[in-house]
Design a protein around this ligand. Structure first.
Ligand code: ADP
Ligand code: MG
Length: 354
C-alpha cells in the first residue's frame, strides 16, 4: 500500500427508522495511525466500524482507502479485517483452524497457511498454541486468537470493537501495550472502538470523541485533554471544573470573563456580553501561595480532600460560588486546612465552544 492509502470518511451517515445512528461523520486518517473512536454507549461507534468493515451499508456518504471508493464493497473485497466485540470464534475449530480460516477460504495452500498462522500466533504471544481447542482458551487467549485471525489476512486497516472490554483490568492494560506494539511493528492503521477514556489516551495517536452520532472533537490525546473544544469533550475525557461567565471585555485575541471565580482572562474571541463557559483541568489548578503568571481564582473553602498517592484530590467552592476540582501536590495542602487561595496556571483556562 502506498503512502496515499489513507482512510477517508466523507459525510458518512446511517439512519434507521426514526433514528440517526451516525450523522455526517467526516474524518481523514493517515496510513499507519492508531485511531480510537471514543464515546458513550449509543454514540454510533459500532455503526461507524461496521460501515468501515462492510457489514452495514451507509445511508449516505462515502468511505475511501487510498482514494478508492469502498463504500459498498463486500467485506471480503475490502482492505479491512475486524476483531468483533464478542470475538466470534468458531468453537469447533482448533486455534490454528480459527486463525487460518480466512486464508483457506481464499484458497491458499496448506503449507503457506500454516506458515502465516504460526507467524500470526507468534505476533500475539501464542506461539505453539495452534493445535489446541478453543474451549480451553482463557478470555485473554481468545482475545489474542481473534486478533491473530484478523492480522493473518494482512489488512491495511484493522477494525477492533471494544476488543478489551471482556478482560480484567491488569490484562486490559497489558493488551493495550501489546496492541500498540503490534500496530507499530506492522505499520497498519488500527481503528479501535472503546468507551474507556483511559484506554483511549493510553493507545491512540488520534482520538475521535463521538456523541449522538457526531464527532464532538478529535485530535491527539494531549491536545484533547489540555484544550477540549466542547463541554462534552471536557467532561467525557478526564475531569474538569466548568465556570459559566459573561464576557466583560474583548480584544487582541483575548477576552476577560466575569465568573464565579472573579474576572479571568483567557485566549479567544467573543463579543462583550456573551455567555461563555471556561474549563479548567484539575492539574492546572493550584492551592497555596500563587506563583507569577498564575491567575487568582479566590479563596477556596475546602470540602473534600482525598489522598491518591502522588497527589491529593481537592474539591471546594470559592466565595463567588465557583466549584473547583484540583489535583495538587500533598505538600501544598497541610492536613486540616479549611480555606486556601486557589490559582490556575496561565494556559490552564480553556474557552469552550458551547
Ligand atoms: P455504540 O457502539 O457507540 O454504543 P451503536 O453504533 O451501536 O453505538 O448505536 C448507535 C445508535 O444506533 C443507537 O441509538 C442504537 O440504538 C442505534 N442502532 C444501532 N443499530 C441499529 C439497528 N440495527 N436498528 C436500529 N437502531 C440501531
Ligand atoms: Mg458498540
Amino acid at each position: 500500500m502506498s503512502a496515499a492509502a489513507e482512510l477517508a470518511l466523507e459525510g458518512l451517515t446511517k439512519r434507521y427508522e426514526g433514528a440517526v445512528a451516525v450523522d455526517a461523520v467526516s474524518l481523514t486518517v493517515p496510513r499507519g495511525s492508531y485511531v480510537v473512536l471514543l464515546g458513550p454507549s449509543g454514540s454510533g461507534k459500532t455503526t461507524v466500524l461496521n460501515m468501515l468493515g462492510g457489514f452495514t451499508l451507509p445511508t449516505a456518504g462515502c468511505i475511501r482507502v487510498g482514494g478508492a471508493d469502498i463504500t459498498t464493497a463486500p467485506p471480503a473485497k475490502r482492505p479491512t479485517a475486524t476483531v468483533f466485540q464478542d470475538y466470534a470464534l468458531f468453537p469447533h475449530l482448533t486455534v490454528a483452524g480459527n486463525v487460518g480460516f480466512g486464508l483457506s477460504v481464499r484458497g491458499m495452500g496448506r503449507g503457506e497457511i500454516a506458515r502465516h498462522v504460526a507467524a500470526a500466533l507468534a505476533l500475539v504471544g501464542l506461539a505453539g498454541y495452534g493445535p489446541r481447542g478453543i474451549a480451553q482458551a482463557s478470555g485473554g487467549q481468545r482475545q489474542r486468537i481473534a486478533l491473530a485471525r484478523a492480522l493473518v489476512t494482512e489488512p491495511a486497516i484493522l477494525l477492533l470493537d471494544e476488543p478489551l472490554g471482556a478482560l480484567d483490568l491488569s490484562l486490559r492494560r497489558q493488551m493495550q501495550d501489546e496492541l500498540r506494539r503490534i500496530q507499530r511493528t506492522e505499520g497498519r492503521t488500527f481503528v479501535h472502538v472503546t468507551h474507556d477514556q483511559e484506554e483511549a489516551m493510553a493507545i491512540a495517536d488520534l482520538i475521535v470523541i463521538m456523541n449522538a452520532g457526531r464527532i464532538e472533537d478529535m485530535g491527539p490525546p494531549a491536545r484533547l485533554y489540555e484544550r477540549p473544544r466542547t463541554r462534552f469533550a471536557a467532561r467525557f475525557l478526564g475531569e474538569s471544573s466548568l465556570l459559566e461567565g459573561t464576557v466583560a471585555a474583548a480584544g487582541a485575541g483575548r477576552i476577560a470573563v466575569d465568573t464565579p471565580c472573579g474576572r479571568l482572562e483567557v485566549e479567544g474571541e467573543r463579543a462583550p456580553g456573551s455567555s461563555v463557559t471556561l474549563a479548567l483541568r484539575p492539574e492546572a489548578v493550584r492551592v497555596g501561595a500563587g506563583r507569577p503568571g498564575e491567575l487568582a481564582l479566590g479563596e477556596l473553602a475546602v470540602e473534600e480532600v482525598v489522598f491518591q498517592g502522588g497527589f491529593v484530590r481537592v474539591t471546594g467552592t470559592v466565595a463567588g460560588g465557583g466549584r473547583l476540582l484540583a489535583k495538587v501536590d500533598p505538600q501544598s495542602l497541610p492536613a486540616g486546612v479549611a480555606r486556601v487561595p486557589a490559582t490556575v496556571r496561565a494556559g490552564g483556562l480553556v474557552l469552550l465552544e458551547d
